[in-house]
Design a protein. Structure first.
Length: 416
């Protein structure tokens, strides 16, 4: 093929002339989930995460008989862990599709478009590598950049081939999660505790340990790229086929994915949370945790589909309640990177030490505080009409001095 498969131009109406609300709203919301998940799996250290015999270890720890912790454990299992990351991965593909379509409309051949896409996502990978080694070993931007580079090499493939690739990968990882759940239920639990930055007394000790952790995370990149890349392909196909743009036309697809996502939340997330809270037998916590690692990936497209259905009646008008979410979604890279700086400043023992050694309720509170600060900063930038600083830097590295995709030629406008 000589040209990438562009997204068909929208019909000239008021709704499609505006920026889509769903991607920005989803990114702003997903950043909340990512902050909550990272707070309990990476930033805040306690005895629960290292001891799988204690109830609630998988969600950050539950104090026996504490109703707040028990409720937070259920909510975290249902709506936090392996929820925001899959949704962001699907959105990565959708955004890739919009960029590819823009390049096609502006006269770029597939070869020229591929060079632009490689530069854009290669730059994202470099941003992520620096973030991983210098500040937060659990960075995801490196993975996303590598996924974008791979997708740039195959974005002209047919939808059928791309679907086969995506669903084969998802099936394999789902089977692995199922096998892992069975193994942990029928055999002795030998899984290691979750990684964390640790209980550091100084900033220099943190940086040194984080660098070592980042080097270890590099080994995991092929697996992360494969698993999250499958969701990115689905998002790319949704952009090609206008699934989030023409909601009415694709309502059946969106409803199907919404049901799939809800099924994972209710059939896996809920019992996992109840086991973590001590309502169900504790020996079920690890198996459902493992099941969620595999099946949880399906909640990414599911949550995105639910948001598209729920906001279709808005016709891309941003209501007052959504403005802050959308402002953060437009600056999602800056918001994501700001979380690392804020977690270091707020929860590390050598800084404020907020929620240090806290159970799940304190961890979710700290994660929410970090997210709210980024939300407020995004609103201030939005009111000032400013991009996020890292969005600005990324666009200029990717596209040159103008920070945008320049057309290869001026199209002749034909009156409708």
């Amino acid at each position: 093929m000589n040209q990438p498969a562009p997204i068909p131009p929208p019909k000239p109406n008021r709704a499609t002339q505006q920026r889509l609300i769903v991607p920005d709203l989803a990114r702003g919301t997903a950043l909340w989930g990512i902050a909550l998940a990272n707070a309990s799996t990476a930033w805040i250290v306690n005895d629960w995460t290292e001891d799988h015999t204690r109830a609630g270890w998988s969600v950050g720890g539950v104090r026996p008989g504490n109703l707040l912790d028990e409720v937070c454990a259920v909510l975290a299992a249902m709506f936090v862990h392996v929820r925001g990351l899959p949704m962001f991965s699907t959105l990565l593909g959708f955004g890739f599709g919009l960029v590819a379509a823009s390049l096609a409309r502006k006269g770029y051949t597939s070869k020229e478009a591929r060079r632009v896409l490689l530069r854009r996502y290669g730059a994202l990978a470099l941003f992520g590598l620096a973030h991983m080694l210098l500040l937060f070993y659990g960075d995801i931007m490196l993975t996303y950049g590598l996924i974008g580079v791979l997708l740039a090499l195959m974005f002209t493939l047919s939808g059928k081939v791309l679907r086969i690739i995506a669903y084969t990968i998802l099936t394999c990882f789902t089977l692995l999660g199922t096998l892992g759940a069975a193994a942990t239920y029928f055999f002795e639990d030998t899984a290691a505790g979750m990684d964390s930055p640790g209980d550091f007394a100084s900033l220099s000790a943190y940086f040194a340990a984080n660098f070592r952790g980042g080097l270890l995370m590099l080994v995991n990149q092929p697996f992360a790229v494969a698993q999250l890349g499958a969701l990115t392909i689905i998002g790319y196909l949704w952009a090609r086929e206008r699934v989030l743009i023409d909601v009415a036309e694709h309502r059946k697809t969106l409803i199907t994915w919404t049901v799939i996502g809800a099924a994972v939340v209710l059939c896996i997330g809920l019992p996992w949370g109840l086991a973590a809270a001590g309502v169900l037998p504790p020996e079920l916590e690890m198996p459902f945790y493992m099941l969620n690692q595999g099946f949880g990936m399906f909640t990414g497209p599911g949550i995105l589909a639910a948001l598209a259905l729920a906001t279709d009646s808005l016709r891309n008008e941003v209501p007052a309640w959504a403005r802050a979410f959308v402002a953060l979604g437009k600056r999602s890279m800056s918001g994501y990177l700001a979380q690392s700086f804020l977690f270091v400043a707020i929860v590390m023992p050598f800084s404020l030490g907020l929620a240090h050694d806290a159970p799940v309720s304190g961890q979710l509170g700290a994660g929410t505080l970090v997210w709210l600060i980024t939300l407020a900063l995004a609103v201030l930038l939005d009111r000032a009409g400013k991009q996020g600083p890292f969005e600005w830097a990324h666009r200029h590295v990717s596209y040159g001095t103008t920070g945008r995709i320049e057309p290869k030629y001026d199209r002749v406008q034909i009156p409708a």
